[in-house]
Design a protein around this ligand. Structure first.
Ligand SMILES: [Zn+2]
Ligand SMILES: [Zn+2]
Ligand SMILES: [Zn+2]
Length: 273
């Protein structure tokens, strides 16, 4: 399995579009791994998590053609994760595709209600409304959604994604997981865990996470057998308000065996089946 981190920033990007804070000015000066577009991950060229407003930038930067994506998993209806208007560009006259195969889009009822689907009617989409606790086949993969600790008035999902014998948790946006979710995760043994580090060093546990919550999540997964020392942990979705640049995030997280994602990072995980 190849996991490509297309973007690793929070809603405003880093540097923030209009921001002049110390961390954004430093990121502008240093460049490289400190530049973070809105978060998304592509897997094996066919599967993608979230559709941020920086999608076109990702296409150009990584020489992608999104016509190859067959399954798009949306975590929640925040615009940095579901910029649905981009999907209209899949229909004529904006796109001329060689295959009429549908793009399967998965999301909860809030995601469904966010998009104006009549504007996407010729984009060749097939929407699948998913619910926490369900299980869904997506091509050669299986998808298991769970309730995220995020967006309390509506809903948000984290997903376990299984393919080639590998189990990956796409675990953001979310604060520390709800107890029901911990119970449900106990039936998995995760090979890759993607968490968020939105708040940097801050002691935030609800809605988003700071580093103490990320570290505790890994510890608890190891204690409960949901993960092992071989499990690859990655933190992503960083905000400038967290106050830590890339190398500072690595100083805090690497000693706990947690990788710090950056735009363009690729992870190769050997198949397990
Ligand atoms: Zn977000
Ligand atoms: Zn800033
Ligand atoms: Zn969000």
């Amino acid at each position: 399995m190849e996991i490509l981190f297309l973007g690793t920033g929070a809603a405003e990007g880093w540097p923030g579009v209009f921001c002049q804070c110390r961390c954004c000015e430093k990121a502008r000066a240093l460049g490289g791994k400190n530049l973070r577009t809105r978060s998304s991950v592509q897997i094996d060229g066919e599967y993608k998590f979230d559709l941020p407003p920086d999608t076109y930038h990702h296409v150009l930067t990584h020489n992608l053609n999104l016509a190859d994506i067959r399954h798009l998993f949306i975590t929640h209806c925040h615009e940095d994760h579901f910029y649905w208007k981009e999907l209209a560009m899949r229909g004529r006259p904006f796109a001329h595709r060689r295959s009429e195969a549908a793009l399967h889009v998965y999301g909860d009822r809030w995601v469904k209600e966010t998009a104006a689907w009549q504007e996407l009617s010729n984009a060749g989409l097939s929407f699948h409304e998913v619910e926490p606790g369900g299980s869904y086949q997506a091509g050669e993969a299986w998808l298991y959604p769970f309730q995220a600790n995020h967006l309390e008035d509506k809903g948000a999902l984290i997903y376990v994604f299984q393919k080639d014998g590998i189990s990956l948790l796409y675990g953001h946006d979310s604060g520390f997981f709800y107890e029901e979710v911990w119970a449900e995760l106990s039936r998995f043994h995760l090979d890759v865990v993607v968490l968020e580090g939105t708040h940097g060093e801050e002691d935030v546990w609800d809605n988003h996470m700071g580093i103490p919550a990320v570290i505790r999540t890994r510890e608890r997964m190891l204690e409960t057998g949901i993960a092992s020392e071989q499990t690859v942990f990655v933190a992503t979705h960083f905000s400038h308000n967290g106050g830590l640049l890339h190398h500072e995030l690595e100083e805090r997280l690497n000693p706990h065996s947690i990788l710090v994602a950056y735009d363009g990072m690729r992870l190769e995980v050997p198949r397990r089946d």
